[in-house]
Design a protein around this ligand. Structure first.
Ligand code: NAP
Length: 247
């Protein structure tokens, strides 16, 4: 019988998810690291955490595919028997004028950023609801709150995630499952690697805390929500953004 809590983190081979995986593993969770394309990064992370004797697994799944999303949940249950924390983190961004977005690009963004959350969460809840406890943390974005020009599909997917978070929080409250969203500001990962230095400087200048975020900023926020501190918080959007967006 596995007595440790288990966290399933989607898209944890790189960026924010990778840091979340490390922080949870170091805080005594069993961790399942989902990846899709970045096999080497996932293997390296597994090796790094295994070397510290932490309880970690990796699993390849394109979670925009419902069968693969189901396999990810089944694998997690097979390994650790339970899911206590589900962190829906995997996401992609695309930069394009609305009038230039193809149907394919629109659906790709919606499938990865939104539909995948439906697939993984629906399957995970089969195991979470009977336990009458659990935490679900959806990684949205400030652009889901205020909207980003040239990222209408991305903004729409992240805004939908906030609506999903609020509605699901109401539905799952009686099962003692808290559902919250983190809406990060600009965070230093591959996702923003194409933004030039001048724009990054402008973003820092417009941020009261005078810096852009690091993945660990989001990881700490997720850990807080997953632990006891989050027990009476549900349906909320916590925007870890250095004050860039205050609403
Ligand atoms: P990132 O560095 O580009 O990493 C994205 C992660 O998502 C990778 O591990 C990738 O895995 C995974 N992923 C993408 N498509 C997937 C799929 N179909 N199935 C499984 N995994 C998939 O991005 P990030 O900045 O860490 O972003 C993480 C989350 O934070 C995203 O939801 C993003 O929208 C959100 N966010 C980021 C920022 C920011 O400024 N960075 C701001 C607000 C919100 P593989 O490489 O293995 O495919």
């Amino acid at each position: 019988m596995n007595t440790k809590k288990t966290a399933l983190i989607t898209g944890a081979s790189r960026g924010i998810g990778r840091e979340v995986a490390k922080l949870f593993a170091k805080n005594n969770y069993n961790v399942v690291i989902n990846y899709n394309k970045s096999e080497k990064e996932a293997q390296d992370l597994l090796e790094e955490l295994n070397n510290e004797n932490l309880s970690v697994r990796i699993f390849k799944a394109d979670i925009s595919n419902p069968q693969e999303a189901n396999s990810l949940v089944n694998y997690t249950i097979g390994q650790f028997e339970r899911i206590d924390v589900l962190i829906n983190n995997a996401g992609i961004s695309k930069f394009n004028l609305f009038t230039d977005i193809s149907y394919e690009e629109w659906h790709e963004v919606m499938n990865v950023n939104l539909n995948s959350v439906f697939y993984v969460t629906k399957k995970a809840l089969q195991y979470m609801i009977p336990e009458l406890q659990g935490k679900i943390i959806n990684i949205s974005s400030i652009w889901g709150i205020v909207g980003a020009s040239n990222e209408v599909h991305y903004s729409a997917s992240k805004a939908a995630l906030i609506g999903m978070t609020k509605a699901l929080a109401k539905e799952l409250g009686p099962s003692n499952i808290q559902v919250n969203a983190i809406a990060p500001g600009v965070i230093e990962t591959d996702m923003i690697k194409d933004i030039d230095d001048d724009t990054i400087d402008m973003l820092k200048y417009d941020t009261p805390l005078m810096r852009i975020g690091k993945p660990i900023d989001i990881a700490k926020c997720a850990l807080f929500l997953a632990q006891d501190g989050g027990d009476f918080i549900t349906g909320q959007v916590i925007s870890s953004n250095g004050g860039f967006v205050i609403y």
